[in-house]
Design a protein around this ligand. Structure first.
Ligand code: ZN
Ligand code: ZN
Length: 412
């Protein structure tokens, strides 16, 4: 008898306990996570077999049915157990259906005997990736019983499970090669990388694009109603430096932190890869303007061409620099200065000046206040803590006892 034969299940069913385990299952075009995977235990918890460790059970010839629901199984969670009556369940869509790992022997056992005359049947199988089709024909000369069973629903001619595995790998940012390695190590049937690529090209990318366009249309409709839209824009290239081939320019709505547009630029569309950033920005602003979005201000890095373009071509949009990039450039200057013989004390100030820049940018309620706070650092480093600017008349820190850190102001 095989470990999970029909008879074995039957003998213990009256006392069976049921365990549930929650796993994240990605679905094809909608991705509800946390779908429940329910699993039936086949042995009563108090049976002697249930008390045995799993490894012993695997090597034991006497034990007919492994204890799947016992406390020795580390994946068994009694607190989440519930009895699952599937007899009156509504049929579900392929992406919502719970899937199981089924062993070939256990499955084919179900087709061995004819359900009408109990004769032995002829069983033929057809495999396509993770899909299995079984044709059962009764071999008794007077019995005409024959049936075909599919392990998965078919979406036209594509098995749903194959497409969903590709989609799950793609949507979770996983690697198909790695996933395939894991499944092959368990001897689970899968499909080739070529098939995965076909799924991605033919269905998955198209559906991602379709979903994004719908989502984006909703976002832009919302932005259209607003008078003042604030955006942040930056480009990400496929390789660092000046030899990138592709760049994607992304625009984010700074009020909601949602991406509202992305534009792909290929380096041969412009003079060279350094011109991709400006081109991405131009395309994105054009697209948003066409959609009726009125941009009030834009935050970017300190890219030279972008600075020039915003100054000359888009004077109606206020242009700000992202504080992280500003800080990075400023710190570079401080580090260079600290290397000079007469400026060694600058090194002591590097971190606090950096912190002060972030604090000025993030902890102010107006542009004037930000500037006042930031410029006060010139006084502060020379031990002067009251300032002429009414937006920040004096420092907020307690008096310092460290006399050595102050710098001498230059005499003009
Ligand atoms: Zn028959
Ligand atoms: Zn101060």
């Amino acid at each position: 008898m095989t470990p999970c034969s029909a008879r074995g299940i039957h003998n213990h069913r009256s006392q069976a306990t049921v365990a549930t385990k929650t796993v994240g299952v990605g679905t094809l075009f909608q991705l509800p996570l946390g779908t429940s995977l329910k699993r039936k235990a086949l042995v009563p918890a108090e049976s002697p077999a249930a008390k045995q460790p799993l490894l012993e059970l695997l090597s034991s010839q006497e034990s007919e049915v492994p204890s799947l629901g016992s406390e020795e199984d580390p994946t068994y969670h009694p607190s989440t157990s519930k009895l699952d009556d599937i007899s009156e369940r509504e049929p579900t869509q392929p992406q919502h259906t719970v899937k199981y790992l089924v062993y070939e022997d256990c499955l084919l056992d179900l087709f061995r005997i004819c359900p009408t005359c109990s004769s032995v049947c002829k069983v033929r199988t057809f495999v396509k990736g993770t899909f299995l089709s079984v044709t059962q024909t009764c071999s008794h000369e007077f019995c005409e019983f024959s049936r075909k069973w599919n392990s998965q629903p078919l979406l036209r001619s594509t098995p749903a499970g194959n497409l969903q595995l590709s989609a799950a790998v793609y949507f979770t940012g996983s690697s198909f090669i790695q996933t395939n390695k894991v499944l092959n190590a368990m001897n689970v049937r899968t499909f080739s990388r070529m098939s995965h690529r076909n799924h991605v090209h033919q269905y998955i990318e198209a559906s991602v694009l379709h979903k994004w366009r719908l989502h984006q249309a909703g976002l832009l409709e919302g932005l259209k109603q607003k008078q003042r839209v604030s955006l942040g824009g930056d480009m990400r290239a496929d390789s660092p430096g000046h030899c990138a081939k592709y760049g994607s320019y992304t625009m984010m709505d700074l009020n909601t932190n949602k991406i509202v547009d992305t534009q792909l630029v290929q380096s041969n569309e412009v003079k060279s890869s350094v011109h991709m950033e400006k081109e991405g920005l131009i395309r994105s602003l054009k697209y948003l303007s066409k959609a009726g979005v009125k941009v009030d201000y834009l935050v970017t890095d300190r890219h030279n061409q972008v600075q020039k373009y915003m100054r000359e071509e888009k004077p109606t949009i206020t242009h700000y620099y992202d504080v992280w990039h500003l800080c990075k450039a400023f710190t570079k200057k401080l580090v260079a200065m600290a290397k000079l013989k007469e400026c060694v004390k600058v090194k002591l100030w590097k971190q606090s000046v950096k912190n002060h820049l972030y604090w000025s940018a993030s902890g102010s309620s107006s542009g004037e206040e930000t500037v006042a706070k930031w410029t006060s650092v010139i006084n502060h480093i020379t031990n002067v803590h009251v300032h002429d600017n009414p937006h920040f008349p004096k420092c907020l820190h307690p008096p310092s006892t460290d006399k050595n850190k102050w710098l001498k102001p230059a005499i003009h």
